[in-house]
Write a protein that binds this ligand. Structure first.
Ligand code: ZN
Ligand code: ZN
Length: 330
């Protein structure tokens, strides 16, 4: 399927940065400190109990010498190793014990990451969706750069260049929504919208962009959804890029809905995204690793299963992987 470049250019020309802050394409309610406290201090609020999942140990031989088919390894949360046609790609690699600026406080990891940087095959590309701590981890980024040096390229949304340069990283592809760049003669990376927000400190809210990524690998389309609420953008992404061969879509961090719905999909909405973007195969992510929000940690896959059943979609078409599982389509 050819890509409508004129439409992409027209979309890219629409402004979404105002006064140095990025905005979602569809207006979403702003949640301030008052809302945050209303959520945190709600009477009867129950904190989800952390759950530790069985961690499978990936077969290192499979990672070093992957099959011809695409191969995916779930490292936990939004971190995957995707391998296809000689390219080894990481999505939002976070291997630390906490998704936090601090070593001792902040959301703790309940299941260890399936790989350390030392265990990894040579990584060529990292896709970063945004700068929240559960997606961008300084310790992991520095370890990756130390091990793979300037051969490793980071695809980042606009506004994060300075952060990466401070880590000593120069091999950067920094893109705005709807922009793309060729990675080599066969592969092209597209920075696409998501409906979310960004920030690592009290003052930097939305000063860098959030995004999803699509890799077009000589016609094979791999989509990484990042963090997102549900919006019309997914129909547009579908119009431009369907069919998508393999999509990683978030299913967790959705409760309470009054607070989270604009920025985090529930499993039912993840299924709508799967349909909107024309994914032939989706994989669930962003659950079962850090307890970030109020839903029980094991609820997202159960709700996903029910949503798939209601839509008449096979569980094999929108798979839930186990921590450390290495998966390839049949
Ligand atoms: Zn986020
Ligand atoms: Zn997240």
């Amino acid at each position: 399927m050819t890509i409508d470049r004129e439409r992409l250019a027209a979309l890219a020309a629409e402004p979404h940065c105002h006064g140095g802050r990025y905005r979602n394409l569809e207006p979403v309610p702003r949640r301030g400190l008052g809302d945050f406290l209303r959520w945190q201090l709600a009477p009867g609020r129950r904190f989800p109990k952390g759950k530790r999942y069985t961690l499978l140990r990936p077969d290192v031989h499979l990672l070093i010498d992957p099959p011809a088919a695409p191969q995916l390894t779930w490292l936990g949360h939004a971190s995957f190793l995707f391998q296809y046609r000689g390219l080894n790609v990481l999505t939002d690699p976070v291997l630390s014990d906490r998704a936090s600026p601090f070593r001792l406080v902040g959301p703790r990891r309940f299941t260890p990451p399936a790989l350390t940087v030392a265990d990894m095959p040579p990584i060529h590309l990292v896709l970063v969706s945004h700068n929240h701590y559960d997606h961008l981890d300084e310790a992991t980024v520095r370890q990756l750069h130390r091990r793979f040096g300037d051969n490793l390229r980071f695809c980042i949304p606009i506004g994060l260049r300075r952060w990466f340069e401070k880590c000593g990283i120069q091999n950067l592809v920094e893109l705005d929504w709807w922009q793309s760049t060729p990675l080599d003669s066969k592969n092209e990376a597209f920075c696409l919208p998501a409906q979310h927000f960004s920030g690592r400190t009290a003052t930097d809210t939305n000063t860098s962009l959030w995004c999803s990524w699509l890799l077009d690998m000589d016609g094979f389309r791999f989509y990484f959804g990042g963090d997102t609420g549900y919006g019309r953008i997914f129909q547009v992404i579908g119009e431009l890029f369907a069919p998508i061969d393999l999509a990683l879509l978030p299913i967790g961090a959705y409760d309470p809905r009054w607070f989270m719905a604009p920025v985090h999909v529930a499993p039912e909405e993840a299924v709508r995204i799967h349909q909107d973007i024309g994914a032939s195969q989706s994989i669930a992510m962003h659950w079962g690793t850090f307890a970030l929000t109020d839903e029980p940690m094991d609820e997202p896959p159960r709700r996903l299963r029910m949503a798939l059943e209601r839509q008449g979609i096979s569980e094999l078409e929108f798979r839930v992987m186990q921590h450390g599982e290495v998966w390839s389509p049949e």
